[in-house]
Design a binder for this molecule. Structure first.
Ligand SMILES: Cc1cc2nc3c(=O)[nH]c(=O)nc-3n(C[C@H](O)[C@H](O)[C@H](O)COP(=O)(O)OP(=O)(O)OC[C@H]3O[C@@H](n4cnc5c(N)ncnc54)[C@H](O)[C@@H]3O)c2cc1C
Length: 305
């Protein structure tokens, strides 16, 4: 059987594409990956998704989207695709050793924030540890926060967080920033921002939320304790594009390159959400591009009629 549309990814982008293509009657097959629901499964209260004045729990939001997609006839496989062949038609997707053929493909495999990788970090994600200042900054009004990183994102996040936080401390492994000079200078001149150089967080402590961190000076090995309310990890994102290497054009940092919005350059292959977006990285923007991809699927089949 050749599917009309396979969607890779079960986060906001993939699920939005599923809702739209399912309502068109294409009976989409979503390969939603092992992280079904996507990044929002790692959050607690999300306050910036339009339509929820009291906020909505991230996992509840995506599971409602999934239910909506199922209602219109979407089928799901909660495994990762391990390979794709986009060089001949129908396109092929390999999942659990099985080959699935499809006329069109929507790629919405998202990205993962890079984390510090220390044991105590995981327990506090969504409870004081965040990888998204835009998403969670407003929750730290009049609080003291740390930003980890030394690139442009860390600079942007630090400057943004000063709008809410009482103080922002950047913890950076080196003795200078790799961010552009103009952004680094702006941060260094900001009286609300302090920098702890040559240092790394080695432990995050708290009860229901973060209360303090242990910081190791990487030159002297000296360890200090610092009371803190929040830790923003801004050390980059890794798009999930391993299986598309050699099949699609990828940017230098691994994101899928688009020719125009959701178009990839291969007719019938569309891309949506964070997997092609190193800038916006929001649930609403991911969802919007999933809708665009679905409308391109419709256009593809209208063109065939
Ligand atoms: C801690 C945290 C808090 C956040 N808070 C907010 C917030 O408050 N507001 C906001 O707007 N945004 C927030 N975001 C960002 C938001 O979650 C993302 O922008 C959004 O989830 C991106 O959606 P997506 O569908 O593109 O990708 P993702 O959500 O990353 O979903 C990707 C999907 O692809 C699947 N996948 C990956 N590889 C494969 C494969 N090989 N085969 C099949 N499937 C695969 C995964 O299993 C997953 O289902 C937050 C993110 C994090 C990490």
């Amino acid at each position: 059987m050749v599917e009309k549309v396979i969607i890779l990814g079960g986060g906001p982008a993939g699920l939005s594409a599923a809702i739209y293509t399912a309502r068109e009657g294409f009976q989409p097959l979503v390969i939603s990956g092992f992280a079904t629901g996507g990044q929002l499964m790692l959050t607690t209260l999300v306050e910036n998704i339009p339509g929820f004045p009291d906020g909505v729990m991230g996992p509840d939001f995506v599971m409602q989207m999934r239910k909506q997609a199922e209602k219109f006839g979407t089928r799901f496989i909660d495994s990762n695709a391990t390979a794709v062949d986009l060089k001949s038609r129908p396109f092929k997707v390999i999942v659990d050793g099985n080959v699935h053929e499809t006329e069109t493909l929507v790629i919405a495999t998202g990205a993962n924030a890079k984390w510090l990788g220390i044991d105590s970090e995981k327990a506090f994600i969504g409870h004081g540890v965040s990888s998204c200042a835009t998403c969670d900054g407003a929750l730290f009004r009049n609080k003291n926060v740390i930003v980890v990183g030394g690139g442009d994102t860390a600079m942007e996040d630090s400057a943004f967080l000063t709008r809410f936080a009482k103080s922002v401390t950047i913890v950076h492994r080196r003795d200078s920033f790799k961010a552009s000079k103009i952004m680094a200078d702006r941060v260094l001149k900001n009286p609300k921002i302090k920098v702890i150089w040559n240092s790394a967080i080695i432990e995050i402590k708290g009860d229901v939320s973060v209360k303090s961190v242990s910081i190791r000076n990487l030159s002297s090995n000296e360890i200090t304790e610092m009371p803190i309310d929040g830790v923003f990890v801004a050390i980059g994102h890794a798009p999930n594009t391993e299986i598309f290497k050699g099949q699609l054009d990828l940017s230098q940092n691994g994101y899928i390159s688009t020719t125009e919005e959701v178009l990839t350059g291969i007719e019938g292959v569309y891309v949506a959400g964070d997997v092609a977006d190193s800038f916006y990285r929001q649930a609403a923007t991911a969802s919007g591009s999933g809708v665009k991809a679905a409308l391109r699927v419709r256009e593809y089949f209208q063109g065939k009629e």
